[in-house]
Design a protein around this ligand. Structure first.
Ligand code: HEM
Length: 142
């Protein structure tokens, strides 16, 4: 069970990051080109939003099943930077990133047909992407 979720979380990370990069670049291009977003353009932001939430669910299951998740929380874990990254920093910062993406999605949905829709997605999804990238366990993953 643990290894299935770990492998799925690991591959899903590619999908999440690729979708996020595409969405942020597309939002920047349309915003700086002074164009608005309609429902059809907004679908990209929707799929990215859904992929982040699926990754959140996988991450939560992993947190309770992995030997590097909740079961590894202790004073010793805090002293070791890699253990602390997996048990505390990665989950906490990535949940914060997903909160930013969710807020951006909800705000932008109300701004469709204006140039503020891609602007909002660019800012909120961009912050979410930076937060994810800052706390990925790169040495474990690649
Ligand atoms: C959506 C953002 C997220 C991304 C892009 C992401 C990405 C990753 C990646 C690439 C790994 C390394 C996998 C490997 O070693 O093969 C990992 C590990 C892990 N993630 Fe996430 N993650 C995200 C969100 C979360 C959340 C929200 C939680 C918990 C609430 C979480 C919990 C974990 C745990 C516990 C591990 C360590 C698993 C282990 O090595 O046993 N992740 N994550």
């Amino acid at each position: 069970m643990y290894s299935i979720f770990k492998t799925t979380h690991s591959y899903a990370a590619w999908a999440v990051l690729i979708l996020l990069v595409i969405t942020v670049i597309y939002a920047a291009l349309t915003f700086f080109g002074n164009k608005s977003w309609k429902v059809s353009e907004f679908k990209l932001a929707f799929f990215t939003f859904v992929s982040c939430h699926i990754q959140l669910l996988l991450g939560l299951v992993l947190y309770f099943t992995s030997p590097f998740g909740m079961s590894n929380l202790s004073g010793e874990t805090m002293k070791d930077s890699f253990s602390r990254l997996l048990a505390v920093e990665h989950p906490f910062v990535n949940i914060l990133g997903i909160v930013m993406i969710t807020m951006g999605y909800i705000k932008a949905k109300k701004l469709l047909d204006t140039v503020n829709a891609p602007k909002t997605i660019f800012i909120y999804y961009g912050i979410g992407l930076l937060l994810f990238l800052s706390r990925i366990p790169w040495s474990n993953w690649l």
